[in-house]
Write a protein that binds this ligand. Structure first.
Ligand code: SF4
Length: 67
């Protein structure tokens, strides 16, 4: 799994941080998403996929391909 985020479109809801705090954080200044771990371990994949689903702005993307 390899992740990317489009911070410009993040609406700072914080849902990803609640769902997968090992992988996502929020910027102290503007509240936008910070991607802590772009290649999370398999144990975190389910939580990450939930975060992708609950993100209201659709800014978290799982890139297709190895990793
Ligand atoms: S859930 Fe989506 S919109 Fe909310 S902080 Fe995370 S990336 Fe941004």
């Amino acid at each position: 799994m390899r992740l990317s985020t489009d911070r410009a479109r993040c609406c700072s809801s914080g849902m990803c941080v609640i769902t997968a705090p090992e992988v996502f954080d929020q910027d102290d200044e503007d509240g936008r998403v910070l991607l802590l771990d772009p290649t999370p371990s398999p144990a975190l994949h389910e939580a990450v996929r939930q975060a992708i689903e609950v993100c209201p702005c659709g800014v978290i993307t799982e890139e297709i391909g190895p990793g």
